[in-house]
Design a protein around this ligand. Structure first.
Ligand code: AMP
Length: 175
């Protein structure tokens, strides 16, 4: 049986001042440890991304892998990985992006993205949108189209979706 969005929200735990003072970390581990919670979340995200016309999935390290894998198993869609630098074993393509202090980089295997295919990008949470924006640019640079970017949680006050251009953004929960 599927649980409601409100019941899913009750399975997200706020951890104050983690990983540093001033941050309220949205802890999804209670959601993962509820079998109905994970299944319901994956089903709702799957319905949204299928409606957007996505043909394949791209999960962002690391919590995006958990939801990406659950959605891939439900939908039978292929799953590809966006990872931090140096983690993927085969030849990679990458994109650097700016953080508040310094910069970071996302990488994918060079043969993950097929020209013209429509991808759904998946992560647990969108905050500033920097990671998702860099991932979208990387997919597009490889010739892929991004049908939608799907998140369990969106921190609306950080306006991350504004960095994703005209990409369709779908989030189950808003804070
Ligand atoms: P951003 O690039 O700023 O949108 O950050 C998104 C990434 O950072 C996601 O992969 C999240 O898992 C993680 N993240 C950022 N802020 C939080 C938060 N308050 N709680 C949990 N995860 C977060």
């Amino acid at each position: 049986m599927r649980i409601s969005i409100e019941e899913i929200q009750e399975l997200i735990r706020d951890v104050v001042d983690f990983p540093k003072p001033g941050i309220v970390f949205k802890d999804i581990t209670p959601l993962l440890s509820s079998s109905k919670g994970l299944r319901s979340t994956a089903e709702l995200m799957a319905e949204q991304l299928l409606a957007s016309g996505a043909q394949e999935l791209v999960g962002i390290e690391s919590r995006g892998f958990l939801f990406g894998a659950a959605i891939a198993a439900l939908t039978d869609l292929p799953l590809h990985l966006v990872r931090k630098p140096g983690k993927l074993p085969y030849r990679t393509v990458g994109r650097d992006y700016d953080l508040e202090y310094g910069s970071d980089r996302v990488e994918m295997h060079c043969d993950a993205i097929q020209r013209g295919t429509r991808y759904a990008l998946i992560d647990d949470l969108i905050a500033t949108g920097g990671t998702a924006a860099a991932s979208i640019e990387l997919i597009q640079e490889q010739g892929g189209q991004v049908a939608c970017a799907c998140f369990v949680i969106e921190l609306d006050f950080l306006k991350g979706r504004e960095r994703l251009g005209d990409c369709q953004v779908q989030s189950l929960l808003h804070y």
